[in-house]
Ligand binder design. Structure first.
Ligand SMILES: [Zn+2]
Ligand SMILES: [Zn+2]
Length: 258
């Protein structure tokens, strides 16, 4: 059964199309479940400006729109209301208050920064230090232990510096083991694959395969057309097959209400 639990909307200001176009594209692609997970607002304590997420004042419109579409299309597809968010320990309480108030169905973790973003704004994806890798692992696991998240998007968004391959592999095996114990699926990210980013990272996926992590394919759709890219999906399935991994069915994912 085809599904996608990683979908953005125009509200994050780097995705295109109307909410309805995403729903219709998903139906045409034969999906039975579509989860919207736009980049969640964050409540930074300073005037720091985060460029890639919706503002708090966009959230109500987002929730209303997704709920209205869920009702309208309920005979064709199940639509869930979610958010993609980082776990920022200082401000996670406020985020939870917002998503609960909206009656959000689920959260996926997409940890684009460590610390709380405003206090550690440099992006660490390309050549992180060993400390950054450990910090990423500790912070994501701490967030996942809150039981507010249903899966981890691009878990391999943290990469490694030249010469640190063995260290990275060892730490990722530890990370994957912890994720599996918590029943948190790991996401094979089709957007990263399509844009030839540093993820999906083969070293991570060798570790995930060795541990036997439940794996989800996530479109990370930033346009309705992305949901209809059959070739891309097939490539994701093929690449996972290469690691000996079969993606899980939707029914095997524990959807946790935050
Ligand atoms: Zn995005
Ligand atoms: Zn995303």
């Amino acid at each position: 059964m085809r599904y996608n639990l990683h979908t953005h909307t125009f509200r994050c200001r780097h995705a295109q199309g109307s909410d309805r176009e995403y729903v219709e594209a998903a139906i045409k692609a034969g999906m039975k479940v579509l989860g919207f997970t736009d980049h969640c607002p964050q409540f930074f304590p300073t005037d720091y400006y985060s460029t890639f997420r919706m503002f708090p004042e966009d959230a109500a419109d987002y929730a209303e729109s997704v709920r209205a579409l869920a009702k309208e299309y309920r005979d064709d597809i199940q639509i869930l209301l979610g958010f993609e968010t980082e776990y920022y320990p200082e401000i996670f309480g406020e985020l939870l208050r917002l998503v609960r108030q909206l009656g959000c169905d689920y959260l996926i973790m997409g940890q684009h920064f460590i610390e709380n973003e405003y206090d550690r704004p440099s992006f660490y994806g390309s050549s992180p230090s060993r400390d950054d890798i450990d910090r990423y692992i500790m912070q994501t696991l701490e967030g996942l232990r809150t039981d507010a998240f249903s899966y981890i998007a691009h878990p391999d968004i943290i990469s490694y510096s030249p010469g640190d391959r063995d260290f990275y592999r060892m730490r990722m095996e530890y990370f994957c083991t912890a994720l599996k114990e918590m029943d948190i699926p790991v996401e094979y990210n089709l957007l990263g694959m399509r844009n030839r980013k540093w993820y999906p990272n083969p070293v991570f996926w060798e570790a995930a395969a060795a541990v036997g992590c439940p794996t989800v394919i996530g479109y990370d759709a930033h346009s309705p057309e992305a949901l209809r890219n059959e070739e891309l999906y097939a490539q994701g399935v093929r690449e996972l097959e290469g690691y000996g991994i079969t993606p899980v069915d939707f029914s095997q994912i524990t959807i946790r209400k935050p």
